[in-house]
Design a binder for this molecule. Structure first.
Ligand code: SF4
Ligand code: SF4
Length: 132
């Protein structure tokens, strides 16, 4: 039988992010995404609108994104299975850095996956129904 190294991890250093449906883009109770002013400004330049308009359209309070009922970030696309961030080039620093050169805590934790996988599948069911 194949030996799995003790430090084995499915996703380390973002190695899996391009193939992942974005579990980290669903907000769980107690978790938060902290937006900084330069994150807001990067988005404003990306969309060609003002910082204030970014705040109005996408923020739910001073420094975090609005989420949908299932907890997904308002900027997460529901029409594709991976690479779902619609502002990938302009995404906030915290989204860029996560999981901070460590194994992804979502993929490593069956309890988290059990909460999030049904939400992901629900979000993406329309894509699957269309056979795309
Ligand atoms: S950090 Fe983890 S949950 Fe987020 S996209 Fe990468 S592999 Fe997926
Ligand atoms: S901005 Fe993009 S990467 Fe960050 S939480 Fe939202 S969808 Fe995910």
């Amino acid at each position: 039988m194949m030996q799995i190294p003790a430090d084995y991890s499915l996703a380390r250093n973002k190695s899996y992010c391009d193939y992942c449906p974005g579990y980290c883009c669903y907000r769980l109770p107690g978790a938060s995404l902290l937006l900084r002013n330069d994150d807001i400004n990067r988005m404003a330049r990306h969309f060609g609108i003002s910082d204030g308009e970014v705040r109005m359209q996408f923020l739910e309070n001073k420094n975090t994104f609005k989420t949908r009922e299932d907890g997904s970030c308002i900027l997460l696309a529901n029409d594709r299975f991976c690479k779902r961030c619609t502002i990938h080039e302009a995404r906030p620093l915290q989204c860029r850095d996560f999981p901070y050169d460590k194994p992804c805590p979502y993929l490593e934790n069956p309890d988290l996956l059990a909460i999030l996988q049904p939400r992901v599948e629900q979000s993406l069911s329309l894509v699957a129904d269309n056979g795309t």
